[in-house]
Design a protein around this ligand. Sequence first.
Ligand code: PGA
Length: 256
Amino acid sequence: MSERPIIVANWKLGLDHNQSLVLAGQIANDARELTANAHIILSPSATSLSKVVQEFGDPAPVSFCVQNVYSEVIGPFTGETSIAAAQQLGCRYMIAGHSERRRLFGETDEGVAKKTKLAIQFGVTPIVCVGETYEERQSGQAEIVVSNELKMALGNLEVNENQQVLIAYEPIWAIGTGQAIHPDQARLMAMVIRQQLVDMFPDPIVQNFILIYGGSVDANNIRDFVDGRVIRGVLVGGASQNFDDFKALVLAATNK
Ligand code: PGA
């Protein structure tokens, strides 16, 4: 992994297929400039993955990520997405346990753990999301909640020396609200996460875990979060879903 900041563009269900292809085409056109500034990981909806990947040629200057997969690889699971298929389409990353999935679709810690393990079996880098609600932060529970989510997602995980795992700290109340957490608080939580990982994984494997922040990141605040040491990148929803905002964000990541 290069030292460029990591920018995961989570398009969620924010774009239809045609819009996804337009945005992918715009990013592909400017790929040289954009990828000089950041390691860009595009996460379109599953139905558009294949065509979005095709916009970039081979080898692609950006990476691709599936927003979710099912915790089984194959079988009678109508409507689900398979890690095997995502990997075959070119995804090197998978988001596990995004708070929207936990909150709206009943994703459990057990499911997150299974998917994370599965991703690793398929050589896909999981992006494991953790984060507290506003009430949990107000009542002083944020650190416990995040530590517990990490323990449950990563508890039985075997990580080899070549396998990376991204941990996205995303305070739930900061997602899609335009109200990012204060960068100092994000850095404090990053330390808590780092300590939890040190408790769970031996050195040097623990170095394979990379922390990123998500929640209302845009061109104006990205530099406050990405410091290249504790927080190495961002997971971006809203500001990744139109080209002008996204380009401004990527260029701002390295202050150009
Ligand atoms: P946001 O979303 O940037 O729109 O807050 C972040 C996320 O959901 O990962």
